[in-house]
Design a protein around this ligand. Structure first.
Ligand code: ZN
Length: 340
């Protein structure tokens, strides 16, 4: 399987985030790229550098205001006397029904959902290359590859059309799905990350051409809290084209594999021309987030099951944090996927 990654994706190096109000080291570390590269290579992937794709495929998902914000906010932030080194929001518009602010602080609050996505001088470049890796993997599938892997880092599925959040800046999964739409009339997204893909859901919530399905820890007491519940089914023309399958905390392999069945039924009924797998590896039992208890062989079984759908697939890296088995979990998934 082809895999795509650019070394610029490693430059983004967030320092901290607030966890239950307390400053903690940010878990979305550059070292993830090294571990994931090892895992992809061990699965036999040839790693290729994506081409530059400009703003086009990113702007197909994200708003012009957000793109301008993300490109320039770090420089603007440095002009504020006494400001933090990284851009971190401290005020948010409740309900987002107020006016669009002119100030850097106001815009940070408008475009950043939480404190987990600090912006530094390198963030824009890393986020662009992460998105272009996803675009290149979509291009490979459009050109006839049965599957391709995008080592997208920083991750993407918590990013909305106009907001960063949860370590994510550009929604690489949504960008890949939209890019596939150049050729595919219908695209399904299956998100198996530990956390609900709230950004992806938000982006496609009113659209019937992209089906969004997410299996994740029940958000009733877990990030992202406000989204990911079973009764969120889409709206307007998109009603019925969003399926959330929340699992109780600490659910293991069997519960996860069982949740794939209703996911597959919905995907088969939708009859998509292509699939995007939002591959979080943080459902792993040894992941620092510890929400679900999937094992390394569990990822292989998950991959075999998804691959048996027989759909041309773009696999986009989402979460999965530093732990001993991070490489092995990716190897297990990609090997399982290719074995079908
Ligand atoms: Zn996650």
């Amino acid at each position: 399987m082809k895999a795509f990654y650019a070394v610029e994706q490693k430059q983004h190096n967030p320092k901290a985030f607030l966890s239950s109000g307390a400053p903690q080291p940010n878990p979305e570390q550059p070292e993830r790229t090294e571990r994931l590269l090892l895992g992809a290579k061990a699965a036999g992937c040839a790693i290729e550098r994506p081409r530059e794709h400009g703003r086009g495929p990113i702007a197909a998902i994200h708003t012009p205001e957000y793109l301008d914000f993300l490109e320039h906010i770090y420089t603007r932030w440095q002009r504020i006397e006494g400001a933090s080194e990284e851009v971190i929001p401290n005020i948010h518009p409740l309900g987002r029904n107020g006016r669009y602010p002119a100030s850097a602080v106001g815009q940070a609050g408008y475009h950043m959902a939480d404190t987990a996505c600090p912006i530094s001088a390198e963030t824009w470049d890393s986020a662009c290359w992460s998105a272009w890796s996803a675009v290149e993997a979509a291009e490979a599938v459009i050109s006839g590859a049965p599957a391709a892997y995008a080592l997208s880092r920083p991750p993407g599925h918590h990013a909305f059309a106009d907001a960063a959040g949860g370590f994510c800046f550009f929604n690489n999964t949504a960008i890949a799905a939209q890019h596939l739409r150049k050729q595919a009339a219908r695209v399904a997204i299956l998100d198996v990350d530990l956390h609900h893909g709230n950004g992806t859901q938000g982006i496609f919530y009113a659209r019937p051409d992209v089906l969004t399905v997410s299996i994740h820890t029940d958000p009733v007491r877990f990030y992202p809290f406000f989204w990911g519940h079973a009764d969120e089914r889409g709206e307007g023309p998109g009603l019925g084209y969003n399926l959330n399958l929340p699992l109780p905390r600490k659910s293991g392999d069997e519960a996860f594999l069982e949740a794939l069945q209703p996911a597959f039924r919905r995907i088969r009924a939708f009859a998509p021309d292509a699939l995007v797998v939002a591959l979080g590896l943080d459902a792993f039992e040894g992941d620092p987030f510890g929400g679900l208890s999937v094992s390394t062989p569990g990822f292989a079984r998950m991959a075999e099951a998804i691959s048996s759908l027989g759909l041309p697939s773009v696999i986009v890296q989402e979460g999965g944090y530093l732990c001993d088995a991070l490489s092995d979990n990716l190897t297990a998934f990609l090997t399982g996927y290719a074995s079908q």
